[in-house]
Ligand binder design. Structure first.
Ligand SMILES: [Zn+2]
Length: 144
């Protein structure tokens, strides 16, 4: 079961046709097609996570590469105009992301960040979601 069903692939491709929310819609449709149910934009949690799987105590953030400074081609672009403004804003985003994720993990949530660029490869994204969502929800707290 390592390939997308035609339906899952269509769901993701269709989402990519939309504008701003395309990456998030892609993840939502994939997770839904895989049989997972989730809540959206939990306002009571740090960072208002995009997808919340309450019973599994798992959270998925879908981040735009530019705005959240992903370590990829899209995230390392520096706009030529207003460079300081943009880099400050994105720096703050990235910093806040880190703090939110830390707070959530401390509170017992497992957190996965899905980057915008990875939604262009729905096949491997699906495998990633599968691993994350089906994996054990209990986790030792050794690191940090
Ligand atoms: Zn990226």
């Amino acid at each position: 079961m390592d390939t997308l069903t035609a339906e899952q692939r269509r769901a993701c491709m269709r989402a990519v046709g939309d504008k701003d929310t395309a990456p998030e819609m892609c993840v939502r449709r994939l997770a839904h097609a895989m049989g997972f149910r989730y809540g959206l934009h939990a306002k009571n949690l740090p960072g208002k996570p995009d997808l919340v799987f309450v019973s599994r105590r798992k959270i998925i953030f879908v981040h735009g590469c530019f705005w959240h400074k992903h370590n990829c081609g899209h995230g390392s672009i520096s706009p030529v105009t207003n460079t300081d403004y943009w880099s400050g804003k994105r720096e703050r985003n990235a910093q806040r992301d880190k703090e939110n994720i830390k707070a959530l993990r401390k509170d017992g949530w497992k957190v996965l960040v899905v980057w915008e660029c990875s939604t262009r490869n729905p096949e491997s994204l699906r495998r990633k979601l599968e691993r994350f969502l089906r994996g054990a929800s209990v986790q030792g707290n050794k690191s940090n």
